[in-house]
Design a binder for this molecule. Structure first.
Ligand code: 16G
Ligand code: MG
Length: 557
C-alpha cells in the first residue's frame, strides 16, 4: 500500500505553510495560534503514521498551550498507554512541520515510513481534545484534514483537560484487556476518581472547603463536573476564576504558573488566614496549593511539597501493610528546592533521582521504581505504581485491621492517581485524601520543612540555542566560560545555588537562584541575569534590576 499523494496535496493546499520555523519541544509545538494551522495539519499526518506504527492503536492529540496567554496555542501527541510522544519521533514532527513544499512534505512522510518500517495497510485511529482557547476549534479541523489525508479515523472529544485526553487514550487502548484502565469517557474519568477518593476518605471527618483557582481555563468546567460526582459530603470545593467565556482572562493574573512564579495569590481571592486554596493551570495538568498563615503571609505549597507529602504517606502505608520488596523513589529536577531534596534524602530516607526539566524525562525515571513519585516544583507530577506493586497490593492479605486498611488505601491510590501524566484534578484529590486521612491542615503539611528562598527570572537573548545545559540542567556546557562565572558568584552566598538553562517553551533563557534569605536569592538571580545579559547576548530593554559585574566578578552597578 502507498500514500495517496493527490489527497495529501489537495488537503495540504487548505493549510499552507507559513514562513516560520517550528520545533517540537518540551511541550510539543507551542506558539501563536495564528501560525499553527499548517503545523496541526501535519501533526494529523504524523499521528496517523504513529498509530500505524503501533498496529492501529489509538494515538491522542491534545491542542493546548497550557499556562500561556490566550492568543497562543499548541499541540502534543500522546502514545497508546498515555505517555508523551516517544522522543525519537520528535524530530519527525519537526521535519514535517518545516517541510517547505508539498513535495518536501511527502518526502518527509516517506522518510518516516521507511525509517520506521511502517505497514501502511494498518489501520490508524486518532482522538483529539482541546482546551478552552478560541483558536482550538479551527485547529481541530486542520488536524482532522491531516488525519483524513492519510486515511485515518479521528474522534473529537471536544473540550478536555490534557490529563483527561491522556486517560481517554489509555482507556481506549486497554478496553477489554486485563490492563483495562477505565471507562473511556469524560464521565467515566470523574466516576473513577470519585469512587477511589471515596474509598480513602469515607468515615473520616471532612476538611474545610478548598477554594480552587481554575485560571479561567478548562479546569473550571472539569472541576465543576467532578465536584458534582463527588458529592458534598466527601469534599467541599469552591471553583474560583471559572470564566471560560472571556478568552482574555485565561491564565491572566491567575493559575498555578502565576502563583508559583510571583509567589502571590491570584486575582479573585479575598485570602484570609485558615482558608485552604489551590491553583490549576490552563490545561489542568499542574496544581499548587497555598494559604495565608496566622500573620496573613502568603504561603505556597508547590510540587516539591506535594511530592514529599505523597512519598511519605505512601511509604508509611507500604510499611504498615507489610508488602515486601517495594522500593519507593522520588524524581526531581534542578528546580526542586534545596530544602526539599535534603528533606527527602535525610529525613524520609527516600532515594532521589534528578532529570532534566520536562515531564517525559521525569516520567521515565519514575517508572524505574515500584512506587515512583515525580513532581516538578511548578506543580506538574504524579505517582507511578509498577505492575508488580499493584499486583502485590492486590495479592497481599492483611493480618490485622491496620494492615488491611493500609492495603485498601494503597489499592485506592492506584486508581485515584493518574498513571499516564501529572493531573491537577487527580493530584487535588490525592492531596485532599492524604490530608483527610491525616486530619491535617495546610500549615501543618507545610511545617515538614522550610523552603530556601528562591527566585526565578528570565533573560531575552539573541539565540537561546547558544546555551547548552548538562547534568540534568544544573550546569552549562556552553557558552564557554559562563558556568565558571556563575560558580564564582554562587560561592559568595550561604546556601547559594544558581543555574541557567534555555527554555523549551519560550524564546528566553531561565535563571534560577536560591540562597539563605530572599534578598540574597534575588541578588544572586540578578547578578547571574546581568552576566547573561551583558556578556552572553542579551537583547531588548535591559531590566534595571540586573546587576553589572566586572571581569573579576565584582559587582559594579
Ligand atoms: C512544559 C513541560 C513542563 C516543564 C516546562 C518547562 C510537559 C508536559 N510540560 O510545560 O514539564 O516544566 O515545559 O518550561 O512536559 P520551560 O522549558 O519554558 O522552562
Ligand atoms: Mg499545563
Amino acid at each position: 500500500m502507498t500514500m495517496d499523494h493527490s489527497k495529501i496535496t489537495e488537503l495540504s493546499a487548505k493549510h499552507p505553510k507559513l514562513n516560520v520555523s517550528y520545533t517540537y519541544g518540551t511541550a510539543g509545538f507551542r506558539t501563536k495560534a495564528d501560525v499553527l494551522d499548517s503545523v496541526i495539519f501535519r501533526v494529523g499526518l504524523l499521528a496517523v503514521l504513529r498509530s500505524k506504527k503501533h498496529a492501529g492503536k489509538v494515538i491522542g492529540v491534545m491542542i493546548t498551550a497550557s499556562h500561556n496567554p490566550a492568543q497562543d496555542n499548541g499541540v502534543k501527541l500522546v502514545e497508546p498507554m498515555g505517555e508523551m510522544l516517544a522522543q525519537s519521533w520528535e524530530q519527525y514532527a519537526t521535519e514535517l512541520a518545516n517541510a517547505s513544499s508539498d513535495d518536501a512534505l511527502i518526502a518527509a512522510l516517506q522518510n518516516v515510513v521507511e525509517k520506521e518500517q511502517i505497514d501502511l495497510s494498518n489501520e490508524a485511529v486518532v482522538i483529539v481534545g482541546r482546551d478552552t482557547r478560541p483558536s482550538g476549534e479551527a485547529l481541530v479541523a486542520a488536524l482532522t484534514d491531516g488525519v483524513q489525508a492519510l486515511g485515518g479515523k479521528i474522534t473529537d472529544y471536544g473540550l478536555t483537560t490534557t490529563p483527561q485526553l491522556h486517560y481517554l487514550t489509555r482507556c481506549l487502548n486497554t478496553q477489554g484487556t486485563p490492563d483495562a484502565y477505565g471507562e473511556p469517557s469524560e464521565q467515566g474519568y470523574y466516576r473513577k476518581l470519585a469512587e477511589a477518593f471515596k474509598r480513602i476518605v469515607s468515615g473520616k471527618p471532612k476538611l474545610s472547603t478548598i477554594y480552587v483557582d481554575a485560571a479561567n481555563g478548562i479546569g473550571a468546567p472539569a472541576l465543576h463536573k467532578l465536584a458534582k460526582v463527588l458529592t458534598d459530603d466527601l469534599l467541599s470545593v469552591q471553583v474560583v476564576n471559572d470564566d471560560t467565556a472571556t478568552p482574555t482572562k485565561l491564565n491572566h493574573q491567575s493559575g498555578a504558573d502565576f502563583v508559583k512564579v510571583n509567589q502571590k495569590k491570584p486575582e479573585g481571592f479575598d485570602l484570609k488566614p485558615g482558608m485552604r486554596c489551590a491553583s490549576l493551570d490552563g490545561d489542568a495538568d499542574r496544581i499548587v496549593f497555598w494559604y495565608a498563615d496566622n500573620a496573613g503571609t502568603f504561603k505556597l505549597l508547590d510540587g516539591d511539597k506535594i511530592a514529599t507529602l505523597a512519598a511519605e504517606f505512601i511509604m508509611g502505608l507500604v510499611r504498615k501493610a507489610k508488602v515486601p520488596n517495594i522500593n519507593v523513589g522520588l524524581v526531581q529536577t534542578a528546580y526542586a528546592n534545596g530544602s526539599a531534596t535534603a528533606y527527602v534524602k535525610d529525613t524520609l530516607k527516600v532515594p532521589v533521582v534528578f532529570t532534566p526539566t520536562g515531564v517525559k524525562h521525569l516520567h521515565h525515571a519514575a517508572e524505574e521504581f515500584d512506587v515512583g513519585a515525580y513532581f516538578e516544583a511548578n506543580g506538574h507530577g504524579t505517582v507511578l505504581f509498577s505492575q508488580q506493586a499493584i499486583k502485590a497490593f492486590h495479592s497481599t492479605t492483611g493480618k490485622t485491621a491496620e494492615e488491611t486498611e493500609a492495603l485498601e488505601i494503597l489499592k485506592a491510590l492506584t486508581d485515584l492517581i493518574n498513571q499516564t501524566v501529572g493531573d491537577a484534578l487527580s493530584d487535588l484529590l490525592m492531596v485532599e485524601a492524604i490530608l483527610t486521612s491525616q486530619g491535617r491542615s495546610l500549615a501543618d503539611w507545610d511545617s515538614a520543612y522550610s523552603d530556601l528562598p528562591s527566585r526565578l527570572e528570565k533573560v531575552k537573548v539573541q539565540n537561546r540555542l547558544n546555551f547548552e545545559a548538562i547534568k540534568a540542567d544544573t550546569e552549562l556546557a556552553k557558552p564557554e566560560g559562563l558556568q565558571q562565572k556563575i560558580n564564582q558568584q554562587v560561592a559568595k552566598f550561604k546556601h547559594g545555588r544558581s543555574f541557567v538553562r534555555p527554555s523549551g517553551t519560550e524564546d528566553v533563557v531561565r535563571v534560577y537562584a536560591e540562597a539563605d534569605t530572599q534578598e540574597n536569592a534575588d541578588l544572586l538571580a540578578n547578578i547571574v541575569c546581568g552576566l547573561v545579559y551583558d556578556q552572553y547576548g542579551g537583547v531588548g530593554e535591559r531590566p534595571a534590576k540586573f546587576k553589572k559585574v566586572d571581569q573579576q566578578g565584582n559587582i559594579i552597578a
